[in-house]
Design a protein around this ligand. Structure first.
Ligand SMILES: N[C@@H](CCC(=O)N[C@@H](CS)C(=O)NCC(=O)O)C(=O)O
Length: 83
């Protein structure tokens, strides 16, 4: 399952959330949204796994990445044929 670290008022996170919706991905099946506001365990995990305190941040097995555009492109590559 893809893990997406984000917080609600982040515009870049919102772009990723819209991509997730437009691809028809299912929460708790295809993806999990993790609260990563500053000061949360989610944000600590972002820094531990990726080295930077920035969201959105995606983790999918061995793959991890920052940058909303890269995350959206990755989701399209992975789930383009998803129904
Ligand atoms: N170029 C990045 C920008 C991401 C970005 O600026 N995220 C902000 C939140 S909207 C952030 O992580 N700021 C640092 C912080 O919240 O501590 C992207 O497109 O994902």
């Amino acid at each position: 399952m893809v893990r997406i670290y984000q917080f609600p008022s982040c515009p870049y996170c919102a772009m990723v959330a819209r991509a997730v919706q437009s691809l028809g991905l299912r929460e708790s099946v295809d993806y999990e949204m993790i609260d990563a506001r500053r000061g949360t365990p989610g944000r600590e995990e972002v820094v531990r796994l990726g080295g930077m305190s920035q969201v959105p941040f995606l983790v999918d097995g061995d793959v991890s990445m920052y940058e909303s555009r890269d995350i959206i492109a990755y989701l399209h590559r992975k789930y383009a044929t998803h129904v």
